[in-house]
Design a binder for this molecule. Structure first.
Ligand SMILES: [Zn+2]
Ligand SMILES: [Zn+2]
Length: 287
């Protein structure tokens, strides 16, 4: 079993990278990709753990992008963490995350849901950036909401009363940056949470034609069976990868257990060969 989308405590999951890899092995996975938000920081620990427990760890990252001021996620596989253009962009994106903590807390206080910066930082742990899930966890701990879902649905979601727009690059530029760093770019859960209007087939087709988008995450818990079938046909027609993954966050997200969705071995073999073709000839071994 192959699962290409997971998060550790380095972003907003609850397992350390080593725990995540051990849990992946225990769940029967042969291959797992660590794809923390906007950072490569968990990869060395994950790879070392992979060698110990005997499963393959794919170096990944989930880049926060936007389209029409709404957030869109892009999975990068095998991208070089040392690539300057990508590293600079990641620093801006992470700065944008931390930079909007105070404005979001100010809005929450106005809405009668006060949470302090200290209360949020308790949940940030070793993560290099502060994200909305951390704020949601603090809201749960303060007893304002029952769980992360309620915090997002009532306050934090894009367009919600406590939402503050953040720095983000357009998805097309995101694909270019990932390619520039030698990586393979797969759009994450494109039609989850009502995003069909934002990324209709015409836009996905344009991203493939003009930016060389490499794949579409088809099997994801945010996609119902009809959505999956439509996206799979689209990916086949465009000749791009159709992946499946859990988007595991440890105990931070229910119904996203490791291996709940998987990528078939042929698709993974194509992904691997794309990664090795893109690796610069400077001795780097596929990221
Ligand atoms: Zn995502
Ligand atoms: Zn994710």
């Amino acid at each position: 079993m192959i699962d290409l989308h997971t998060h550790s405590v380095v972003s907003d999951g609850t397992d350390t990278p080593a725990e995540l890899v051990a849990n992946a092995a225990a769940a029967g996975l042969a291959v797992v990709a660590l794809t923390d938000h906007d950072t490569f920081d968990g990869l060395p620990e994950a790879r070392a753990a992979g060698e110990r427990v005997g499963i393959e760890v794919v170096p990944g990252m989930e880049l926060s992008c936007s389209r029409q001021h709404q957030s869109v996620h892009l999975l990068a596989y095998g991208a070089d963490p040392e690539d300057l253009a990508l590293a600079e962009e990641l620093a801006m994106v992470r700065g944008g995350r931390t930079g909007r903590l105070r404005p979001v807390l100010a809005k929450l206080a106005e809405l009668g849901v006060p949470v302090s910066e200290e209360e949020v930082l308790v949940f940030v742990g070793s993560s290099p950036s502060v994200g909305r899930p951390h704020i949601a966890d603090a809201m749960v701990a303060a007893g304002h909401v029952l769980d992360r879902t309620e915090a997002f649905d009532r306050f934090l979601a894009d367009g919600g009363p406590a939402h503050v727009a953040r720095y983000a690059i357009d998805i097309g530029r995101g694909v270019d940056l990932v390619h520039g760093a030698g990586g393979v770019a797969v759009i994450a859960h494109p039609w989850g949470r009502g995003r069909e209007h934002l990324l209709p087939p015409s836009i996905l087709t344009e991203l493939v034609a003009e930016h060389g988008l490499d794949g579409i995450e088809v099997d994801h818990q945010d996609h119902d069976p009809d959505t999956r079938a439509t996206l799979r046909r689209l990916a086949d027609r465009l000749g791009v990868l159709a992946t499946g993954s859990s988007d595991y966050h440890g105990t931070g997200k229910v119904d996203h257990d490791l291996g709940v969705n998987t990528t078939d071995p042929e698709t993974y073999a194509r992904l691997r060969s794309m990664i090795s073709q893109r690796a610069p000839a400077t001795g780097r071994t596929g990221g």
